[in-house]
Design a protein around this ligand. Structure first.
Ligand SMILES: [Zn+2]
Ligand SMILES: [Zn+2]
Ligand SMILES: [Zn+2]
Length: 306
């Protein structure tokens, strides 16, 4: 009898815990690779061959989603070439369909071309809110096939202004933050997502930290989680001039963040990995190095409760 009561008691505690957990807004990681995904087209080298052969996990392009399980709303951050898989994963996790909006970071192929799945040929969405900055909006309005999404009202562009807060509901808001990047077609932003309790920073693409007029250390101190550009592990990773495609190398970031407290280091999750980045390889010594230095590596289906 006593055991039965104890079991019921434990069940109640765990049910309550689950319920409480599910009431908070949360972020789901839906992809961790650079724009090309992993493996990368036409790469038959050591970095990708195991992924082609199914011996290492394939990775979707960098993307996160924000879910509010109380208002039953959900938003994606970036529309990647893998969006169909990411929508499927998101619905499996959140139990929700459809999306309430998409926030775009910039006009590089991994971050907006998934919008094509919203058009007449596929989902045929009805005025889905797509949040974008001014140059990004002009790029979509003035170029086919994106223009058609706007013309036939598959999407409804909502203009963002840097550092200006968008209130999604009474529990969550989102702020775009301009970052330096190769801005051929659009400006580039990262996002700060805030619930009443916690906040998360998402910067999948940025040039070197020192090019930014914002102090990343201060920003990390202010938030609870920071998902940051980890495209390349170190210099020399590509057989080309890497200064043409500048990103903070993970090794440089770890050096810059070395003096942070352990608590602050644990907030940092590297994301947006190029196919050459050894952080994509299970059990690589570089993965161990990042973790032993106190930092985290973003993984698909990771859930961050806000
Ligand atoms: Zn990118
Ligand atoms: Zn490769
Ligand atoms: Zn980019």
């Amino acid at each position: 009898m006593k055991i039965k009561i104890l079991i019921i008691f434990i069940c109640c505690i765990s049910c309550n815990y689950e319920l409480k957990k599910m009431k908070n807004p949360y972020v789901v990681i839906l992809g961790t690779a650079q724009d090309a995904g992993y493996p990368q087209a036409n790469c038959n080298k050591k970095c990708c061959v195991d992924a082609w052969e199914g011996l290492n996990n394939k990775k979707f392009v960098s993307c996160i989603a924000l879910v509010d399980p109380v208002s039953n709303e959900q938003w994606m951050f970036d529309a990647t070439p893998d969006i169909k898989f990411q929508l499927y994963t998101l619905e499996k996790i959140s139990g929700l369909n459809p999306l309430n909006g998409i926030f775009l970071t910039h006009a590089h192929i991994g971050h907006y071309t998934g919008l094509m799945q919203l058009g007449r040929e596929v989902m045929g969405t009805n005025n889905l809110p797509v949040y974008s900055m001014k140059r990004m909006e002009n790029f979509l309005k003035n170029n086919a096939p994106w223009k058609q999404l706007i013309d036939i009202q598959n999407i409804d562009i909502i203009r963002l202004t840097a550092d200006s807060i968008i209130k999604l509901n009474n529990r969550i808001d989102v702020t775009p933050i301009l970052v330096p990047h190769r801005d051929e077609y659009s400006e580039t932003v990262g996002y700060k997502i805030r619930s009443k309790n916690k906040s998360l920073l998402f910067i999948p693409d940025i040039d070197k930290w020192e090019k930014w007029d914002v102090d990343i250390i201060k920003l990390i101190n202010e938030v609870d989680y920071a998902f940051l550009d980890g495209t390349f592990y170190k210099d020399g990773e590509l057989n080309r001039d890497m200064s043409e495609i500048p990103h903070p190398f993970v090794m440089e970031s770890m050096k810059l963040f070395k003096t942070l407290s352990n608590h602050n280091k644990r907030k940092i999750h590297f994301i947006h990995f190029n196919h050459t980045n050894p952080l994509l390889q299970n059990n690589s010594k570089e993965r161990k190095e990042v973790e032993s230095n106190g930092f985290n590596i973003a993984e698909e289906k990771m859930i961050i409760t806000l």
